[in-house]
Unconditional design. Structure first.
Length: 230
């Protein structure tokens, strides 16, 4: 089976450490944005480094060994599931598009597409590779909080709740990005995130979902570059 014999990481942290770690992780976005504003930084790599560094620190507050529990070396099944995960992710973006059309959810364009002419592709590539480490931690910490703190709840319910909560929180992070369009951020971005999350549920390896996230975003970016009007 693709799911294999892996289990979700056992993290025996106190409630205080969980809350503090997640707070630091999510606060990394505010700190990096503040530093960009205060020092007028016109660079994508520096804020990505700050965000991911603080996200890692937040994760380490919860468990000093958490990184090696999350980011595992790839095996053959992991590599196969990178491609499976990409397919699942694009199925979910199609589903999100149908949901937006059916429920008449107006959408804002991601401002990153407006920066494609301002920064080099190499800077985009490096910054996104760094930033997605932090973003995957922002997803997985609330997810694993539910998995580890509600052990008396049946597993299928725990996983369902973990997916819903982590997807909504991940969507909430994008509210400023999409001009405070709350419905778009929570519902549509949440749906897209769920597609990537399924990769983690099956493989329980954040390295896999990180790669899927990276490839998914860059396929979208390259398509935008190719088909954008000159």
């Amino acid at each position: 089976m693709l799911e294999g014999k892996r289990k979700y990481p056992e993290i025996n942290a106190s409630l205080f450490r969980w809350i503090l770690g997640i707070f630091v992780c999510y606060g990394s976005l505010l700190v990096s944005s503040l530093i960009i504003f205060l020092f007028n930084i016109e660079n994508l790599i520096i804020p990505a480094l700050i965000m991911s560094f603080l996200s890692i620190m937040g994760a380490l507050i919860i468990d000093k060994n958490i990184l090696r529990k999350l980011f595992l070396f790839l095996n053959f099944k992991d590599v196969i599931f990178v491609f499976v995960g990409l397919i699942i992710s694009f199925i979910f973006i199609i589903f999100a598009s149908f949901a937006a059309t059916y429920f008449k959810i107006g959408g804002e364009v991601n401002p990153i597409f407006g920066l494609l002419d301002k920064f080099s592709k190499s800077e985009f590539l490096i910054s996104s590779a760094i930033q997605f480490i932090g973003e995957e931690l922002m997803f997985v910490l609330p997810f694993l909080f539910v998995i580890n703190k509600f052990k008396k709840t049946p597993k299928i319910i725990r996983v369902f709740l973990a997916v819903i909560i982590s997807s909504l929180l991940f969507g909430a992070l994008h509210i400023p990005t999409y001009n405070f369009n709350i419905v778009q951020a929570l519902v549509l971005i949440g749906i897209v995130r769920t597609g990537i999350t399924i990769t983690y549920i099956f493989r329980k390896n954040l390295t896999v979902s990180y790669i899927v996230h990276f490839l998914y975003d860059w396929i979208i970016i390259l398509m935008a570059i190719k088909y954008s009007p000159m």
